[in-house]
Design a protein around this ligand. Structure first.
Ligand SMILES: Nc1ncnc2c1ncn2[C@@H]1O[C@H](COP(=O)(O)OP(=O)(O)O)[C@@H](O)[C@H]1O
Ligand SMILES: O=c1ccn([C@@H]2O[C@H](COP(=O)(O)OP(=O)(O)O)[C@@H](O)[C@H]2O)c(=O)[nH]1
Length: 321
């Protein structure tokens, strides 16, 4: 197996990069090879502290469940307090015993980048690689689980949201455009997000990718498949809206994220329901075994146990093909 070839009708060069997307790629985030968890960028890198002080008396809004969306249990007592995570690692993998000299690293990146580009089009990543998507509503715990997955399995972790936030931090015209969309809880155009992801994948020179928070719409899923490959596994974290809302508001107390506020959270839920939930149906329709649904309501370590089993099986299946 390994990043299966597309059977969808999407054409290889369907994604037209806008000038803005090209500009974004010019200065896109540096990919760190195997940084230690301790050295990963934290929210202090420019985004912390932008929110106004939060009213702690906030009461949960009565919000209807997602139409056809996941229905899982309630928030257990104490949930959401144990972790202080604010942003996901953009790229993370276990640290190497000894970092290679800069010259060797540069040359490895150059050659990985060359191989990545041939041949063009569907399945353009020629070497066997594994792509796992981690999807789920805002605040369901994608980043929390990705941290654990990376530690054990050594995936390169690419958080689409973090890649975008790095663009925003640059305050370029493109960054400003992304910022405005994110504050509205809307989706950034796929050519931008996919461009950032593709560039980070190439630069890593690795083959095991954990892509967090992307694709968020069916056209994005198709675009990834056309330009890169079909994922080997889609992990879908199921969580009721009320639980996610509580988690996001709690996270918003320290994350500094301009979208972790009550008004934007409601808009993010709308976008998730209308545009992102159908992505799960899309993958189910092309391969009934590709999606694994996991409730992310229990405490993080318990959720991780389920994910661990799923990924072990996925990677075993990969190894045997
Ligand atoms: N299983 C869980 N139980 C309780 N709190 C959780 C759980 N998973 C994540 N959290 C907390 O919820 C918030 C959102 O989690 P995060 O991983 O950032 O979500 P996402 O990446 O999906 O937006 C964080 O503050 C995190 O510590
Ligand atoms: O592929 C992506 C990923 C993220 N976003 C934007 O980034 C925001 C934050 O996404 P992230 O995954 O960081 O956080 P989550 O909403 O899952 O907590 C989203 O609401 C979108 O505005 C986007 O447009 N495309």
């Amino acid at each position: 197996m390994g990043c299966r070839q597309s059977t969808l009708a999407t054409e290889p060069n369907q994604i037209k990069k806008s000038k803005e997307a090209d500009d974004a790629l010019e200065g896109s985030p540096r990919v760190e090879l195997a940084p230690s968890q301790a050295n990963r960028p934290q929210s202090a890198d420019g985004v912390r502290g932008t929110d106004s002080p939060r009213d702690n008396t906030f009461k949960l809004q009565p919000i209807p469940p997602f139409a056809g969306g996941p229905q899982v249990g309630q928030l257990p007592a104490g949930s959401g307090k144990s972790e202080k995570k604010t942003e996901h690692a953009v790229v993370a993998a276990p640290p190497p015993a000894k970092p290679p000299p800069l010259r060797r690293l540069k040359s490895a990146l150059k050659s990985a980048s060359k191989n990545f580009d041939k041949p063009a089009g569907i399945g353009s990543i020629s070497t066997k690689r594994t792509v796992v998507f981690v999807l789920g509503g805002p605040g369901c715990g994608k980043g929390t689980q990705c941290e654990r997955i990376v530690k054990e399995f050594g995936f390169v972790h690419l958080s689409a949201g973090d890649l975008l936030r790095l663009e925003v931090k640059k305050a370029s015209p493109l960054g400003k455009k992304c910022d405005a969309l994110m504050k509205e809880g809307k989706l950034v155009p796929v050519e931008i997000t996919l461009g950032l992801i593709e560039k980070a994948m190439k630069a890593s020179g690795k083959k095991l990718f954990l892509i967090d928070g992307f694709p968020r719409a069916i056209d994005q899923a198709k675009a990834f498949e056309a330009k890169i490959c079909r994922p080997d596994k889609v992990l879908f974290l199921e969580c009721p809206k009320e639980v996610m809302q509580q988690r996001l508001l709690k996270r918003g107390e320290s994350s500094g994220r301009s979208d972790d506020n009550e008004a934007t959270i409601i808009k993010r839920f709308e976008t998730f329901e209308k545009e992102s939930l159908p992505v799960i149906g899309h993958y189910n329709s092309i391969d009934k075994n590709i999606v694994s649904k996991v409730s992310s309501v229990p405490p993080p370590d318990q959720v991780y146990k389920t994910i661990q089993e799923i990924l072990r099986k996925t990677l075993e299946a990969q190894a045997s093909t």
